[in-house]
Ligand binder design. Structure first.
Ligand SMILES: C[S@@+](CC[C@H](N)C(=O)[O-])C[C@H]1O[C@@H](n2cnc3c(N)ncnc32)[C@H](O)[C@@H]1O
Length: 243
């Protein structure tokens, strides 16, 4: 008699907890989960992106804004191209960029930096962005570049802060750069970038760690549209396979 009562009690408890927890389990399974991503002391992924689609949509909201696109292709065009051209001329003087370099600009929006490269004689230059702007910029996600391995001699980007997956951003650069190819990043270390950024960087250390297959060439201060630091890497030669 006592055993039967205990069994009934256990069964009742089980049923109550089952009915109470089922809606919670469904809620957990079908509600958007925040992106989980590596965050370190000096590189913090911003919270709030509930899915990759949500991140892309947020970027597109700004990039596709017709009023802003008008400004970027008129007033900003003549203001920004000479500044980019000066940066690239300095890199040429340091033998990090040549007229014969095949160059890629990552997150180039309407391609001001690509136009600057072409104006200083680096003719084989193109940009990628989520939104194409032909003929300067083709469509491409920098987390999954639409190019074969070992394609470029030179890659430039001032949008590292827009990477939701910084490791993939860097991995794709190292994949598509030729051995000995040069990557130039303009980043903000001393001030926070805009509300469309997906990460905050506080030192160059996380970059040095992520560029596993490259050597650090130089770090210097620049004044590049709110970005204060230029970090340059050179991809290592492929290691010969040991027998
Ligand atoms: C701050 S704007 C920089 C534009 C340009 N580099 C300049 O200096 O004028 C950031 C750009 O990154 C692009 N972007 C953001 N996420 C991207 C992604 N996952 N793949 C490619 N481009 C992306 C945006 O569409 C936007 O055009």
């Amino acid at each position: 008699m006592k055993i039967t009562l205990t069994k009934q009690f256990i069964l009742r408890c089980f049923l109550i907890s089952f009915f109470l927890s089922t809606p919670l389990i469904f809620l957990h399974l079908f509600s958007p989960q925040p992106i989980t991503n590596t965050t370190t002391k000096d590189l913090r992924i911003r919270p709030g992106y509930t899915s990759y689609e949500n991140y892309i949509q947020r970027q597109l909201n700004k990039t596709l804004n017709p009023k802003l696109r008008k400004i970027w292709t008129t007033r900003d065009w003549n203001r920004k191209i000479p500044v980019f051209a000066r940066f690239f001329e300095e890199l040429k003087e340091k033998n990090l960029l040549h007229n014969t370099s095949k160059a890629l600009c990552i997150g180039a929006r309407v391609g001001q930096e690509v136009e600057a490269l072409r104006r200083i004689g680096v003719n084989d230059s193109v940009g990628i962005d989520l939104v194409p702007y032909p003929p300067l910029v083709v469509k491409g996600d920098f987390h999954n570049q639409p190019f074969a391995n070992d394609t470029f001699d030179f890659e430039f980007s001032n949008v590292f802060d827009h990477a939701l997956y910084p490791n993939k951003f860097v991995g794709e650069i190292e994949r598509t750069l030729k051995p000995k190819g040069v990557c130039v990043l303009h980043v903000a270390l001393s001030r926070r970038a805009d509300k469309y950024s997906a990460n905050d960087l506080f030192s160059v250390e996380p970059l040095v760690e992520m560029f596993k297959n490259s050597d650090l060439v130089h770090v210097r201060s620049v004044d590049g549209f709110g970005l204060d630091t230029e970090v340059v890497f050179r991809k290592k030669l492929k290691q010969p396979r040991t027998l």
